[in-house]
Ligand binder design. Sequence first.
Ligand code: GLY
Length: 411
Amino acid sequence: MSKKSTEGAPFGTGKARIGNGAAEDRDKPGPDLEANRPPVFERAAAYVLRQIDAGLDTFGPCAYPAPSSTGGIYPAIPNFEWTSGFWTGMLWLAYELTGEAKYRRAAESQLPDYRARLDGKIGTDTHDLGFLYSLSAVNEYRITGNPKAREAGLMAAELLAARYLPEAGIIQAWGNLNDPEERGRMIIDCLMNLPLLYWASEESGDPRFAEYARSHVRQSARYLVRPDRTTYHTYYMDAETGEPKYGTTHQGHADDSCWARGQAWGIYGFMLSYLHTQDSELLRLSKTLADYFAERTPADGVVYWDLVFLAGNAQERDSSASAVAACGLLEMARQLPAGSAQRQEAERQAFAILTALDAGYTTRDLPGSNGVLKHGVYNKPRGIGVDECTIWGDYYYFEALVRVLKPEWRP
Ligand code: GLY
């Protein structure tokens, strides 16, 4: 991010830098992770693999888990939701962790379906193209070099780039660009979708995609992050003048509360843009959000679905928010100087989350479940997927375990 880009940001001048260690000390597994890794993580990953193996019979070339389970069981649905890529992504993680061809075959068998979705424009009016195609097509291209996967990834990136509103400098989250309800709305989740744009610029040589991503992350930092270190879920900009309008929630408890998964998307999402920009302000911002998240985490290690709720109330936890945050913390740790106190603290927090999820939040005691993590919340205000498994919770829990067990793994 350029100097100009941080002007007006509510969280400081960028002077309070973190992560300024020598470049050769960063992006390394380092001794910390190796030495401190709790042994339960092997067992935890083995359980995820067992659930994936069971899912291989249910899900197939055109069948994916629904976003959230019903009574702990994901129904199989066609490829129209924002979440298909999490299952395909789990298959690729399983392949990278084990080298077993069955996972690769299952993931590859879905590529034609992802291509058909693009050709048919099925549910493509969304920023979630990033989740969908980074975890499927781009992953496949990265791992196998399949040119058809590259083509699908670039097509998805074009559709995502077409959602860029130049005056506002953002990618519109949902719906038709002319829908008055949705026009000019950005959401914190979208930070997770920007890697598709960075990748498309690297792959195609066209700088436009990365420029849009950098502008979007800048506007997210400026308007979605509040001075008290909490985040708005969504924020409306005037698409014609570029003026900021107001923040509001979609899945949180209230417009001015802090939706837990939104904060977790911010922790991980700002880190992902840091990887592509090396702007230390983004690393600092991720840490700021993570500190707040940690302060609002109850002693058993897993947050309530909105961070306005603290220990002792009757609200549900959102295991998926903690799993997403763990991935962000592990990436943060990797970017901090080896041996530094900040790096050790980020790892400690990530390990505490993973240990808590393994100890009390998996479906090991829920016979018949085809999910991995129970006690997730999809959309509490609308009563969807409350206290259920969520397929992104399963994905990020598994990604975090792979990050720990295979430190050379890269997102
Ligand atoms: N991106 C939608 C959600 O987190 O539920």
